[in-house]
Design a protein. Structure first.
Length: 176
């Protein structure tokens, strides 16, 4: 007489376990995406703070009281030596192809700003004349996926946010 062994799992039991795991994964994925997007947005806020701090350092040490109106000028170190005003990873994030943590950043001249000094008089050989104001913006590389908020900062160092691209520092609500 043959004794039958009942060790192991049946195909039905394995299919039920796989189905339960699939349901749990389907419930977890949206939460994970939301957490990742929140991380990207937090990184973008940190980058906006870094840009504001770099602009303040540039204005006091290099631009004769004027602000840089390009990322490239903030990324240049002083000719006499020292480090650049802005970290390379932030300075390189100027378009969606080079995004830093899902965001890219731009700096423009603030509306109504004027020239402070000639670009040849800056400590790092800036390509553009320093101005009395700047506006830096941060945009998600893939809106809805890498972030839903748009950020902006100017010479006041107050970071603003909005659900659409910010045209200037007057738009948006302060980040809290």
């Amino acid at each position: 007489m043959k004794i039958r062994s009942d060790h192991g799992f049946t195909l039905i039991e394995l299919m039920i376990v796989v189905a339960i795991i699939a349901v749990l994964a389907a419930l977890a994925v949206p939460g994970l995406k939301r957490y990742r997007m929140n991380g990207y947005e937090a990184s973008a806020i940190g980058s906006m703070k870094a840009i504001a701090d770099a602009e303040a350092a540039y204005a006091s040490a290099c631009g004769g009281g004027g602000y840089a109106v390009s990322m490239a000028d903030l990324a240049k170190p002083p000719v006499a030596g020292g480090s650049a005003f802005l970290r390379e990873d932030v300075a390189a994030a100027v378009d969606a192809d080079n995004a830093k943590s899902g965001y890219f950043f731009t700096i423009t001249e603030a509306p109504g700003s004027t020239k402070v000094t000639d670009k040849t008089r800056t400590c790092n050989g800036s390509a553009v004349d320093p101005k009395t104001g700047f506006f830096a913006s941060g945009q998600p590389a893939e809106p809805g996926t890498t972030g839903t908020r748009f950020f902006g900062v100017d010479e006041t160092s107050l970071i603003k946010q909005g659900n659409t691209p910010l045209p200037d520092a007057k738009a948006g609500a302060p980040v809290q």
